[in-house]
Design a binder for this molecule. Structure first.
Ligand code: TYM
Length: 336
């Protein structure tokens, strides 16, 4: 089977450094070697309440951020999920393949639903089935994501295998997660044990891809540290989540290994690392921000990219869906 990349990001607010280092930066690298689809997953977004006008705005912003980060919208397919009905249709079929027990084990559902599971949407529970449908609707073989999506990817693999087994076919590839780089799990700047996330109420916990230089510097300055000097070895990072996080972010942005980042600041105070990290973060993000702002001034252009992307995506999805329908036994009345 030919190789194809699929990945997605939710339009639920600002993209942050975790999204960039964990996912989008890798997409930019991989696009030279694979055919890619990059999706703004608006169907996933509404598993929790979204204001409709905000959802539309965020969809454009996320698409613009992907392009500003270097994804090529002419060569590859960028689109929003709701514009290809096959995602919802295949997700329904996967709702009937996946088992309740599998979904019940998903840590992200437990985290997001919190204590009030009875009040969570059914969509939030079935979320990983839709994610499997996203990938498999295009027979995606490789899925570059951050570490937090690993469990969902394992579920997608289980669904592909169970479908193939149940129907005795070799229709779906078993997709491989690509969790690449040194910053596969970027943590909050305010708490090194919590993931950097769009939903954290404190904006100081994350660096947004749209933050200006002053904001980036201020957030890094205020980032939590511990009282010790920076360690002399990578082992010295054990039990020091803030040091590990800041050095990990630095290593990723400066494109050096974690060992070399540790050596560079061995025995120094956090302030030395923070100064360098601010410079590197600003140098990395500034060019993207210029491109992002230019794109957002031209909504027609973003919409044109998304429309063209959706058309190309539908063209790939159509025959796969037809194949699935035939395997499942859906009768095509009046059609050959
Ligand atoms: P989302 O929108 O939460 O995140 C988008 C991408 O960013 C990565 N990421 C991180 N990486 C490192 N450190 C962090 N703190 C961090 N926070 C987020 C995520 O791992 C992800 O790669 N369910 C997915 C979207 C999705 C998808 C798909 C992905 C829907 N369908 C099909 C791949 C394939 C999500 O909510 O990502």
């Amino acid at each position: 089977m030919s190789e194809r990349i699929f990945s997605g990001v939710q339009p639920t607010g600002n993209l942050h450094l975790g999204n960039y280092l964990g996912a989008i930066r890798n997409w930019v690298k991989l696009q030279n070697d694979y055919d890619c689809l990059f999706c703004v997953v608006d169907l996933h977004a509404i598993t929790v309440w979204q204001d409709p006008a905000m959802l539309r705005t965020s969809t454009r912003e996320v698409a613009a951020a992907m392009i500003a980060a270097g994804v090529d919208p002419e060569k590859h397919i960028i689109f929003n999920q709701s514009q290809v009905p096959g995602h919802a249709e295949l997700a329904w079929i996967f709702n009937c393949v996946a088992r309740m027990g599998w979904l019940g084990r998903m840590t992200q559902f437990k985290e997001k639903a919190g204590k009030d599971k009875e009040n969570a949407s059914v969509g939030l529970f079935a979320y990983p089935n839709l994610m499997a449908a996203d990938i498999l609707l295009y027979k995606g073989t490789h899925v570059p994501v951050g570490e937090d999506q690993k469990q969902h990817l394992e579920l997608a693999r289980d669904i592909a295998q169970k479908f193939n087994n149940d129907y005795g076919v070799d229709l779906f590839p078993v997709p491989e997660p690509l969790i690449l780089g040194t910053a596969t799990r970027v943590m909050s700047l305010k708490d090194g044990s919590k993931k950097m996330s769009k939903s954290d109420p404190s904006d100081l916990s994350r660096i947004n891809m749209t933050d200006d230089a002053d904001t980036i510097q201020r957030k890094i300055k205020k980032a939590k540290t511990d009282p010790d000097h920076l360690p002399e070895s990578v082992q010295g990072l054990d039990g020091r989540p803030e040091a590990r996080n800041l050095l990990g972010i630095y290593a990723a942005l400066a494109d050096v290994s974690i060992e070399s980042a540790v050596n560079e600041f061995a025995g120094q105070q956090f302030s030395a690392l923070k100064d360098r990290l601010s410079d590197v973060a600003v140098a990395n993000l500034a060019p993207m921000q210029d491109a992002y702002r230019r794109l957002l001034n031209d909504k027609g252009q973003i919409d044109a990219y998304l429309a063209h992307g959706a058309e190309r995506a539908r063209a790939i999805a159509g025959p796969v869906l037809r194949e699935v329908q035939d395997v499942v036994g859906f009768l095509h009345v009046g059609k050959s």
